[in-house]
Ligand binder design. Structure first.
Ligand SMILES: [Fe+2]
Length: 377
């Protein structure tokens, strides 16, 4: 897509509109600013100076404890806190340290007396202050610094919204491709989602980190993407496949690899997808890799894929019971499957047995990608 073609232009226009919409809605937002000081005169002075500033909601507190309580009541929905350093009950840096741990997005300014500077510098890194100012502070200077903090907050907010939207777009696209794939192969309806679920159960038991869980989820949803390149006549053939047809089906991991080439974010996932039909003993395809030559997620996918192939219904036969599938997986330990992973499977097979009854509900429970979208506000 070049920058001059109509599709590209409409995309750029759309992006600009989106940015403008986003920026305008952020610019229109009301910012809550908290002033914390045990000297009521200081608060009054600043409050008066800020009186004519549009879009500000001012909240005040006389000490750190009261301020903390108010921030919690607001669920951290504040843009900026300006606090005095020397106060009864809790110092400004002690208070800001708690704020930084609980609500890291809030901007923080501390105003301190000259004699407290050394003591405060130690606390600065702990509470990630945006500014500390030494008294006496000119109110107009403080207003300028506050408006800089508010702009920084808006910038961070729009960045968070954009990255959350991008992640959501990525996830929904992957899910749509996966659903389209499942719909193409009528015999294995819902297969990609179930394989993803079983892979996530195994990966969670292995204790892999959150990023890898997300990648395994992506790989599960896309593991058979190469079947897009296989004709429905072969994929949906009710009877036994001829040798030639079987050889065609065996091409799907390499077709999948080609489809995903060039998508940088999916580099690892692509390698796992292209090796999900390798076997522990080296007798699988595409390349006959064996044991640890096969990436761990591909070995996980292999167990999940086979378990689903055995337990799901086909038009010509009913799915096998969990116990039969489990026995078969154990029988193939060390030949088709990684024996250590089969041990992991044995530990969690009770979850498989339950999940197979309601895979959609279980998938929602195990999906890491959907949770990461919900939580990245
Ligand atoms: Fe496959």
């Amino acid at each position: 897509m070049s920058n001059t073609d109509p599709q590209s232009k409409s995309f750029i226009n759309y992006s600009e509109k989106f940015y403008n919409l986003l920026n305008n809605s952020i610019k229109d937002m009301v910012h809550t600013v908290m002033l914390v000081d045990d000297e009521p005169d200081n608060i009054m002075l600043l409050r008066r100076a800020l009186r004519k500033t549009k879009g500000l909601n001012i909240v005040t507190a006389n000490d750190g404890e009261e301020a903390l309580q108010k921030v919690r009541e607001l669920n951290g929905h504040l843009t900026l806190i300006v606090s005095d350093q020397r106060m009864p009950k809790m110092t400004g840096t002690e208070f800001m340290k708690i704020i930084n741990n609980e609500y890291p997005n809030i901007m923080k300014i501390i105003v301190t007396g000259y004699s407290d500077v050394d003591a405060m510098i130690d606390g600065v890194n702990d509470c990630q202050l945006n500014y500390f100012l030494i008294k006496p502070v000119d109110v107009e200077d403080l207003k300028l610094i506050m408006s800089e903090c508010i702009s920084l907050f808006e910038l961070k907010l729009s960045k968070n919204i954009l990255s959350k939207d991008l992640k959501e777009l990525f996830f929904t696209t992957i899910k749509s491709i996966s659903s389209a794939l499942d719909a193409k192969d009528t015999y294995t309806h819902g297969h990609s989602h179930r394989v993803t679920l079983y892979s996530l159960i195994l990966a969670q038991e292995l204790g892999v980190d959150e990023i890898m869980m997300e990648e395994i989820e992506t790989a599960g949803l896309l593991h058979d993407i190469g079947k897009i390149g296989i004709s429905e006549g072969i994929l949906c053939k009710p009877g036994k496949l001829t040798d030639e047809e079987y050889e065609t089906i065996k091409k799907h991991p390499s077709i999948g690899k080609k489809i995903l080439i060039g998508i940088k974010k999916l580099d690892k996932v692509r390698d796992w997808i292209s090796t999900h039909h390798e076997r522990w003993d080296g007798r699988g395809y595409l390349e006959g890799l064996k044991e640890s030559e096969i990436p761990l997620p591909a070995r996980i996918l292999a167990i999940a894929d086979t378990y689903d192939a055995m337990t799901s219904n086909r038009s010509y036969r009913k799915g096998l019971p969990h116990e039969v599938a489990s026995e078969e997986i154990q029988r193939c330990s060390g030949s088709q499957f990684d024996p250590e992973l089969v041990k992991v499977f044995m530990k969690v097979e009770h979850i498989f047995k339950e999940a197979v009854k309601d895979p959609i509900e279980y998938y929602n429970k195990y999906s890491v990608l959907s949770k990461s979208i919900e939580h990245k506000e």
